[in-house]
Design a protein around this ligand. Structure first.
Ligand code: SF4
Length: 337
């Protein structure tokens, strides 16, 4: 039996790509990818709805390496879509061989995303992934070159589609035909397309040349500042963010909390700070706590994983530092008064 491995995002296009192939009697399995920037929940839900097995592959390490300097550049924000697609297809190709599948399929639609889904970008992805001829895009296949599985008669090209462009109408009609009425938004899910996150990430690269999975996850939460020494300070905004911050904390990270008042948690990632940054983090912690209007506050600071605590005395928390609002792609900056 012919077997296909479909890259499943959980969006409508990838669901439809799987359905179109199943309609030809092809056995379809799904593959999806995980990094700190996007997860597998939508894809898992979609695969469950379609009743097909789903393989989840964590590509964090390679994605982080690629993200620093993507060969084909970024999209509008920090989304390196062409390199990201090539990486995913390469990984899917490796899995295809292990599973004994015949080809890889995607839900890509020619011209739907002008930068990453034009003819040239699709070809670049094929070449970079080493999967030339083995990537079938069922929704636009009739507009594209014949693939090896079509040539070999494993797939009937006549039953594939010729959808092009940004109108979602053909996909909606197809969804109706298949009785699919619930699916996630097609654009959602990847934080690299978020403008605010892009600013944070660009600034993180200035501070940390090789950010870890923890570093890029930390800047997803809270308020993020640049200290007067150029270090990153993250101040949580609520209880769930407090929890996330503590889950991400590693030995050596410096944590702050105001004594005697409801307080956010603040973190300075390890190895990136001097005494000025420590003081500024203490002030920010007090400033965003219930001690904000008090004449003074004591802020406890400790290295994650160590018992010893240090108390930092802050006078007039609301005035002790100046916060320069973010502008021109910069983070909010702290200036000592
Ligand atoms: S939007 Fe994000 S997940 Fe999708 S291809 Fe671009 S970088 Fe990769």
């Amino acid at each position: 039996m012919v077997k296909a491995l479909v890259l499943m995002s959980g969006g409508l296009d990838s669901i439809l790509a799987a359905k179109v192939l199943e309609d030809q009697g092809i056995k379809v399995e799904a593959v999806t990818f995980v990094t700190p920037f996007f997860g597998s929940v939508s894809a898992q839900k979609a695969a469950e709805m379609l009743g097909m097995p789903v393989h989840i592959i964590d590509i964090t390490e390679e994605h982080l390496k690629m993200l620093k300097s993507p060969k084909h550049g970024y999209g509008r924000f920090m989304n390196p879509c062409i390199d990201c697609h090539a990486l995913m297809i390469k990984k899917a190709g490796e899995l295809m061989k292990r599973l004994g599948a015949d080809f890889v399929a995607t839900g890509e639609v020619l011209g739907e995303r002008p930068k990453s889904q034009n003819r040239n970008a699709l070809r670049v992805v094929e070449k970079e992934s080493g999967m030339e001829g083995y990537i079938l895009r069922p929704l636009s296949a009739k507009l594209l070159d014949e693939t090896i599985p079509e040539r070999e008669g494993l797939v009937d090209r006549n039953k594939l589609l010729a959808i092009r462009g940004r109108s979602r109408k053909p996909q909606m009609a197809l969804a109706k035909h298949y009785g699919i009425d619930e699916y996630p938004s097609p654009a959602g899910g990847c934080i690299l397309t978020d403008p605010m996150y892009a600013v944070r990430l660009r600034n993180l690269y200035k501070v940390e040349a090789e950010p870890s999975a923890k570093d890029v996850s930390l800047i997803k939460i809270g308020r993020v500042f640049l200290s007067s020494e150029g270090a990153i300070i993250v101040v949580s905004r609520n209880e769930p963010e407090n929890n996330t911050l503590m889950q991400l904390a590693e030995p050596g990270d410096l944590i702050f909390e105001v004594q005697g008042f409801p307080s956010p948690l603040t973190m300075i990632p390890k190895n990136s700070f001097g005494e000025d940054t420590v003081f500024e983090a203490a002030v920010l912690t007090a400033r965003y706590s219930k001690a904000k209007g008090e004449p003074e506050a004591d802020v406890a600071s400790w290295k994650f994983g160590e018992e010893a605590r240090r108390l930092i005395h802050v006078e007039k928390p609301s005035e002790a530092v100046e916060i320069i609002p973010p502008k021109d792609g910069e983070l909010a900056r702290i200036v000592r008064k």
